[in-house]
Ligand binder design. Sequence first.
Ligand code: GRF
Length: 210
Amino acid sequence: MKKIVILISGRGSNMQAIVEAGIPGAEIAAVISNRPDAAGLIWANERGIPTLALDHKAYASRDEFDAVLADKIEGMQPDLLVLAGYMRILTPVFVNRFAGRMLNIHPSLLPAYPGLHTHQRAIEDGLKIAGCTVHFVTAELDHGPVVAQAAVPVLDEDSADTLAARVLKQEHQLYPAAVRAFISGDFALVAGRVRYARPLDESAALRVPG
Ligand code: GRF
């Protein structure tokens, strides 16, 4: 059984999607939040998943907090660390400790729009297609080898909220699928790029307008 540890900071809807996917060969060893009031912690707790709240505000520095967090996680011996709405920048020391076994989901088609307010920026730039990306975590924020991406249309009448909701639906499909693929060894990191062991569907396309 492979062990997954999930880090959250808030509602944890991606964490829920991963738990509910019931990925064969994997168990959720723990859900950890840096915010004790994260709604996702209650949800996980109610389902009997071990939870841990580690309040970053109780630590003098980012380095100190990340060192304690990394030790706690390491003690759980995870095969995979999943960032799911974890809203803290990680120190390079932390990232290096979990290199090659830490995934994140970001609500844009990276490398476009790293950082915050991705949907507002996509709308202001007049894009017709937006989306989300699952990627390996590296020391540079929202960079790192891309594992999977999903695209959605941007509509003329979209607000950041309506676009976020459309993208989030895809996140809930994409992230569990990417975690499942990691667990079953469907892809490998080759020279800094993700390569799949199986052929991918070359006919898939999204045209806007269709
Ligand atoms: C998602 O949009 C994710 O892409 C971003 O933060 C949000 C987290 O939402 N990293 P949730 O906590 O998983 O509901």
